[in-house]
Write a protein of this length. Structure first.
Length: 417
């Protein structure tokens, strides 16, 4: 069969790009071919322009510069097994045209992985367009994605090129794709299936040659089960899945990343490269990093600002040992032992109250951790954090002010958000 031939070629000459051309347009056959290593998948009858585009992309893969670039994924710092596997996967995916879904927690580097897949592939000299799907107002989404014609609606004073057209010949990266409303998911599905786009107010469709990469920190399969994300779109964008490990699972890479970030910050700020005190290193090793590499960079930047010398002490980091993700926080707060307080809350047995114990301080400490965790999970959006905690916006604002956390939040954010 064609799939057997494809698998044989992949096993013996993996550098040879293979396009599958078939009269049977089943989705499962396309997915199976792309997962088996096909460069692209075409259905008969195929338009000459599309076939020419596929051949041109395949020929570019033999370009010497692409081959040299493929040897390097140096932008991803790390040597642990999971990261080495990720680098290898990126190199393989760069040679394909298959849609890729990138799964990872907030701050792990999903856009970096998407950019590397683009840069190491045949589309490297074409545009890479990244868009955060959750940042576009719902009423403007169709115009932003597909473009519009002059006069198609109030305020359309001139023709506008959409994101798909801007990415023509290159790659469109849909970050936080889970935030797309259902009506846009339907339109996105049709665009991907038909490989064409119709601007708002236009009667003609425009043929597209765009590779789709997407990402989210949410559990997309769970959203499909809850009918909040279309199953057919899920299988279209998730032909091949890439998982990025969180920072807490990359223990041996932590200080390699820290060293890289300190060098970068020192260069940007034109200062001598800072040094970490041993106690600061120990504190960082024990931290869970719910915000991953983005959080680590923020911590180091703050520490450099607070330090009067080039030595970073533990107190300059301003982190607490048990500042975990929201789920972990709830579990550790209500089910496990609290070493700092000297007693547990999970047992029915009477608890011995430690000396100099303060109930008010204890409760405030729990509130602080939960609120910080909720804010980090919602990217410091107070309105969304309040909903996550099931309290009113005003209550959250009052508590943040009471706990001295209000200054660290953007004051321009309004309740109406």
């Amino acid at each position: 069969t064609g799939l057997e031939i494809l698998q044989y070629i992949q096993a013996n000459t993996p550098d040879l790009p293979v396009a599958v051309l078939t009269a049977f347009g089943q989705t499962d056959l396309a997915v199976s071919s792309l997962k088996a290593g096909a460069f692209d998948f075409l259905q008969k009858p195929v338009e000459l322009e599309k076939l020419r585009g596929v051949v041109q992309h395949a020929l570019k893969l033999s370009d010497k510069t692409i081959q040299e670039n493929t040897k390097h994924t140096c932008e991803i710092i790390g040597q642990c097994t999971k990261i080495e596997e990720l680098k290898s996967q990126i190199r393989k995916l760069a040679r394909s045209q298959a849609p890729v879904f990138i799964q990872g927690e907030s701050g792990t580097g999903k856009e970096l992985v998407a950019r590397l897949i683009h840069q190491l592939g045949a589309r490297a000299n074409k545009p890479f367009i990244a868009v955060n799907c959750g940042a576009i107002p719902t009423e403007l989404m169709e115009s932003e994605f597909f473009g519009h014609k002059k006069g198609s609606f109030t305020g359309a004073f001139e023709d506008k090129q959409g994101l798909f057209q801007s990415a023509q010949g290159g790659t469109l990266f849909l970050d936080e794709v889970a935030d797309l409303p259902l009506h846009m998911q339907v339109k996105l599905l049709r665009t991907i299936q038909e490989k064409s786009v119709r601007p708002v107010g236009s009667a003609k469709e425009i043929a597209l040659d765009v590779r789709i990469l997407s990402a989210t920190h949410k559990n997309l399969m769970k959203l499909v089960t809850e009918e909040r994300f279309r199953q057919d779109l899920y299988y279209r964008i998730n032909v091949i899945e890439v998982s990025i490990p969180p920072l807490r699972e990359r223990g041996e890479d932590l200080f390699l990343i820290i060293d890289h970030l300190l060098e970068k910050l020192a260069k940007n700020w034109a200062i001598k490269k800072p040094i970490l005190h041993q106690k600061a290193k120990e504190l960082l090793l024990q931290h869970a990093f719910p915000g991953n590499i983005r959080e680590l960079e923020n911590i180091l930047e703050r520490a450099i600002t607070l330090s009067d010398t080039n030595l970073i002490l533990a107190e300059h980091l301003r982190i607490k040992l048990q500042e975990f993700a929201r789920e972990s926080l709830l579990e550790s707060t209500f089910q496990t032992e609290q070493p700092s307080k000297g007693f547990t809350t999970s047992s029915d047995a009477p608890q011995k109250i430690p000396k100099n114990f303060s109930l008010e301080s204890y409760i405030s400490d729990i509130e602080r951790k939960l609120m910080v965790s909720a804010l980090e999970e919602t990217k410091w959006n107070r309105t969304h954090a309040a909903k996550l905690l099931n309290i009113s916006f005003r209550t959250l604002r009052y508590k943040l002010k009471k706990l001295g956390l209000d200054d660290s939040i953007d004051e321009s954010e309004e309740e109406s958000e």
